[in-house]
Design a protein around this ligand. Structure first.
Ligand code: 1GP
Length: 246
């Protein structure tokens, strides 16, 4: 089984190096905006492209990934909202189980149905405990998943959920307030999870500036994901990347 990207995440964590992932939703970019995002990301030494969305309506996922591949060496990690968002052209796949929810389909059901196809893709598979936290607004992910998010002040629930995910064998923990969240995840919740699990922690949802990205890193996040804010203003890539890497 491929492990290159996961090994890099572990190595970076050991060395205290924080990483920045730019989230690209294929539905929300056109050729011009994608070119701009890639150029700025290369320049700012972005660590990963995460590609996916709760809904991917258009059919150009493969095309989008092939373009990213041709234009940069930044690893491409699929962040799929459904099994249809698997592309063999990417480098790795966040194999998400929605451990904060109680929807069996997103905990295991869809995985069973898509397992042969996912295995055949040849992608590096990274088992990820996906935790959706209330971000102050109903986001696409909470609607589509039909699962209640963890209340933003219930840090103990987040801690226990992450601990259970890790003990079940999940290699990464992704804490997500949902795309465009009004309130990103609090540092209090991140540090509570950080103190209780060893797995690298990915944090995203509603992060719109370098200050928040840095505060999240200090609280224990290993990878910061930003999508929405960059779609609105791609020049943020540079400052957020610099803050995370500092
Ligand atoms: C959402 O974590 C991601 O799943 C990123 O959220 O688009 O709000 O940056 P934003």
């Amino acid at each position: 089984m491929k492990q290159a990207i996961f090994n890099k995440i572990i190595e970076d964590k050991k060395q205290g190096k924080k990483s920045f992932a730019v989230l690209i939703d294929p539905d929300k970019v056109d050729t011009a905006s994608l070119e701009k995002i890639v150029a700025l990301s290369v320049d700012a030494k972005v660590d990963y492209f995460f590609v996916g969305g709760s809904l991917v309506i258009s059919s150009h996922l493969d095309e989008c990934i092939q373009y990213l591949k041709s234009a940069s060496n930044i690893p491409i990690v699929l962040f799929p909202g459904s099994p249809s968002q698997v592309s063999k052209y990417a480098d790795a796949l966040l194999y998400l189980s929605l451990i904060s929810g109680r929807n069996p389909e997103l905990l295991i059901g869809q995985h069973v149905l898509s397992a042969p196809f996912v295995k055949q893709s040849g992608l590096e598979i990274m088992p990820t405990g996906y935790m959706v936290v209330d971000g102050g607004a109903p986001t696409t992910v909470s609607y589509i998943s039909n699962a209640a998010p963890i209340p933003s002040d219930k840090t103990d629930i987040a801690m226990c959920t992450a601990m259970a995910g890790e003990m079940l064998g999940m290699k990464l923990i992704y804490m997500d307030a949902g795309s465009g969240a009004k309130h990103p995840i609090t540092e209090k919740m991140i540090s509570k999870v950080r103190s209780n699990v060893d797995a690298p922690i990915i944090v995203g949802g509603g992060i719109v500036d370098a200050k928040k990205a840095m505060a999240n890193c200090k609280a224990g996040a290993d990878i910061i994901v930003v999508g929405n804010a960059i779609e609105k203003n791609a020049s943020l890539i540079k400052e957020i990347s610099a803050a995370i890497h500092s």
